[in-house]
Design a protein around this ligand. Sequence first.
Ligand code: FES
Length: 146
Amino acid sequence: MERKKFLTVCGTGCLGLMVAPMLLQSCMSTKFIAATLNGAFLEFPISEFIESHKEPIKYRNYVITYHEKLKYPICVYRISEGEFKALLMRCTHQGTELQVFGDRLQCPAHGSEFSNLGVVKNGPAEESLRTFPVEVNQNLIKINLS
Ligand code: FES
């Protein structure tokens, strides 16, 4: 094998070894929840935000919830104890489903970026994401879809 080809193959392999665990880690840490539709409310247990029960309890920053009747999933951020933000994962530019990366949502189509409050951080999107009121009742997260 030529030296240049050998270095290219080795470089690509090393890059793959470095990137694969990061991609796996981001997928593994995202919690997806099949929620229950109860009238106008999408519901799931608030305990889904608990990542570890070991003291001190560790909470997830967000979960992604979905229901077969919804065209797009909803990302629910835990802003603080008792404060949540539910964002429809639909890009306001041309409707592509967004991807979540920590505290921001990114559009794979043209690169728009939104904060965990749904505010546009980078265009071409100009409008904020659709949000839904969230209430906590009897240990359930209740997202008001109406
Ligand atoms: S559809 Fe999302 S940036 Fe264009």
